[in-house]
Design a protein around this ligand. Structure first.
Ligand code: HEM
Ligand SMILES: [Cu+2]
Length: 625
């Protein structure tokens, strides 16, 4: 049913969001009020603020989801009412609960790019504080809040921007499907995200949270109420990740077009599959750890409280049992995009495709048996150091395979150095530095010195930012014409790449040096002798921050006024490029017939698929290399 009144003007477009907010607030007040009421009836004297917030939040979250669209798209059916299906076009559809994977992909992408920029502003604040020794603009406590906020938002971006954004957009297209397997669940995964952002930002009004993104007890059991909001936020985010994981696994398992065998899956799809295996099976551990902290705080339990017989160290094991595999949720899709782009822009078959897939799956398996490499200095039986060091080192084998495949693909290729390709090459360069420095954190003798220093900060920024974020940009530029139907400005794209690549490296390389000279991580101050290097880093960081203005300008301007993009501006062979830009609803008029490998560039007579689409390669045209 189309509801015309909903489309009138900006207010009409925002109606679902406003409705979600109102029902959410009502839910919060009901849940919180009931908790306070129950406590009063039971004769508890102290006001159970944190319990009321937590239970209020559960009701508020439910209210938000119902208000924003779950009621119309989902719950009415439970009461025997007809479901509402609105046909909304233009930009207002991005503000509603829709089940179209392409809209959801864009919703994820825009949300997480915005969060990335917000967390980037927090990084700028930190770099102002660290530009000179002593206090510059904030107290040590405030620094810790800002650092924690920067950390957790960036972690969320790293976990969800590629999978949620580009995965949602591209995976169904790449496998020749019309949507994800569970479209409504997909919408739910996305609409769980705004409450996460709201909770995290509101921690500032509840005393902040100062544990970093890791939330280790005992601090997380006794600090300000901001910690409770943090826990609720990350648990909600975890739920979204788990649901996303199920959806991708079933989609890739069940909705492949005829002939799209596992051996013909585009490599990005494989990487999302591998990452989803981890999202689905590991996220619960983090959520459980955070729930246990909440129960310690609001229900008088004692899982991690040493005073009351609990085991604080236990949390670190549970936490890293998720959070080490989680770094592969971040980086695997990054590998996928980089390899995808490297192949198309080298115009050569992807080298050692099967080894790459084996590498992905090997990483998934090993990622579960290395977690305690984060605990060398935390106090654990010494005989465990060796085995965890060995398993960690083993991961360099599957990772090395992927890396060699990337180099093999480039070897003697005809490199087409457009912006996506530049970012993919930047990814290889940066990730190599991230990987090599990781060895020093994995080896017990060196890590004993480097633990908790800026060496670690340098290492993980090289993998996450130098790797995953560079791949994200490669993917955004690569699929921009498909998503928007317009071309971005190539000159600005290249300017963005070189500006970001150079300032990125000048910002983070010196951190290794600082770490070796003993500068502590997560601290607002340092010895005066380290001042000049810190000043250099800060200036570099501001220049790095400025490079994103070029990106934002290019995206906004090109989306509105860029030249029209053809269906296949890269002359790439995979399926998404064989339909118009942007693709119509439902993607393919009839399921494509896949007949060969996606990357057989230059192989005479090789055909990837036969796609019946008017206006693209022509009806029934075979896609040749
Ligand atoms: C403009 C770029 C960035 C700059 C200048 C920057 C700078 C910093 C600084 C100064 C810290 C605090 C280190 C400390 O006090 O120990 C930090 C922490 C952190 N950053 Fe960034 N960062 C940037 C981008 C990113 C990105 C893109 C990510 C991930 C996607 C990221 C993830 C993190 C995390 C997880 C922490 C927390 C570290 C901890 O828990 O100790 N950062 N960053
Ligand atoms: Cu780890």
């Amino acid at each position: 049913m189309t509801d015309d009144s909903m489309q009138s003007g900006p207010f009409g477009a925002l109606l679902p969001v406003v409705r979600g907010l109102i029902v959410g607030v009502i839910g919060f007040l009901l849940g919180g009020g009931a908790t306070v009421g129950a406590a009063t009836l039971l004769g508890r004297s102290a006001w159970p603020a944190e319990a009321a917030i937590s239970i209020g939040y559960l009701f508020g979250l439910t209210g938000w989801l119902l208000g924003v669209g779950v009621w119309d798209a989902w719950a009415r059916g439970w009461f025997g009412l007809p479901l509402r299906r609105e046909e909304v076009h233009g930009w207002p559809r991005y503000f509603r609960f829709t089940t179209d994977h392409k809209v959801i992909g864009v919703q994820y992408l825009v949300t997480f790019v915005a969060l990335f920029l917000l967390a980037g502003l927090f990084a700028m604040l930190m770099r102002v504080e660290l530009a000179a020794p002593g206090r510059t603009i904030m107290t040590a406590a405030r620094y810790t809040h800002v650092m924690s906020m920067h950390g957790i938002i960036m972690i969320a971006v790293a976990v969800a921007a590629i999978i949620g954004g580009l995965g949602n957009y591209a995976v169904p297209l790449l496998i020749g499907a019309d949507d994800m397997a569970f479209p409504r669940l997909n919408a739910l995964s996305y609409w769980l995200v705004p409450p996460v952002a709201v909770l995290l930002v509101s921690t500032f009004f509840a005393g902040g949270f100062d544990t970093g993104w890791t939330a280790y007890p005992p601090l997380s059991e006794v600090n300000a109420t901001g910690q409770v909001l943090f826990n609720l936020a990350v648990i909600t985010f975890g739920l979204s990740s788990i649901l996303g994981g199920v959806n991708f696994l079933v989609t890739i398992g069940r909705l492949r077009a005829p002939g799209m065998t596992w051996g013909r899956l585009p490599v990005f799809v494989w990487s999302v599959f591998a990452a989803s295996l981890i999202s689905l099976t590991a996220t619960q551990f983090l959520a459980a750890g955070l729930v246990m902290i909440l129960l310690d705080r609001i229900a008088g339990m004692a899982f991690f409280s040493a005073l009351r017989g609990g085991a604080p160290l236990l949390y670190q094991h549970v936490f890293w049992f998720y959070s080490h595999p989680a770094v592969y949720i971040m980086i695997l899709p990054g590998f996928g995009i980089a390899l995808e782009v490297l192949t198309h822009f080298s115009r050569k078959p992807l080298y050692a495709y099967r080894w790459v897939v084996g590498g992905f799956l090997g990483i998934v398996a090993l990622s579960f048996v290395v977690w305690a490499h984060h605990l060398y200095t935390s106090g654990m039986a010494e005989y465990l150091h060796g085995p965890f060091m060995a398993t960690t080192e083993l991961i360099s084998i599957p990772t090395g395979l992927i890396f060699l495949a990337a180099l093999g693909t480039l070897w003697m290729g005809k490199l087409w150095l457009r912006t996506p390709m530049l970012f993919a090459l930047g990814f290889l360069f940066n990730f190599l530095i991230g990987g090599v420095t990781g060895i020093f954190n994995a080896d017990v003798p060196t890590d004993l010195h480097l633990q908790d220093t800026y060496f670690v900060v340098g290492h993980f920024h090289y993998t996450i930012m130098g790797g995953m974020i560079f791949a994200l940009f490669a993917g955004i530029y690569y699929w921009f014409p498909k998503i928007t139907g317009r071309l971005y400005d190539e000159g600005l794209g290249r300017l963005h790449f070189w500006w970001m690549f150079i300032t990125y490296n000048t910002t983070f390389i010196p951190m290794f040096w600082l770490g070796m000279f003993g500068m502590n991580r997560r601290i607002a101050d340092y010895p005066p002798a380290l001042g000049p290097v810190n000043l250099f880093i800060s200036v570099s960081a501001f220049l790095l921050g400025a490079s994103f203005l070029v990106f934002v300008f290019n995206m906004v301007h090109s989306w509105r006024r860029g030249p029209q993009a053809a269906a296949n501006p890269w002359r790439a062979r995979t399926l998404e490029w064989q339909v118009p830009s942007p693709p119509p609803e439902g993607n393919f008029p009839s399921p494509p017939q896949v007949t060969g490998h996606p990357y057989d560039y230059g192989v005479p007579g090789a055909v990837h698929a036969v796609v019946a689409v008017a206006g693209a390669a022509g009806p029934g045209a075979p896609v040749e290399g």
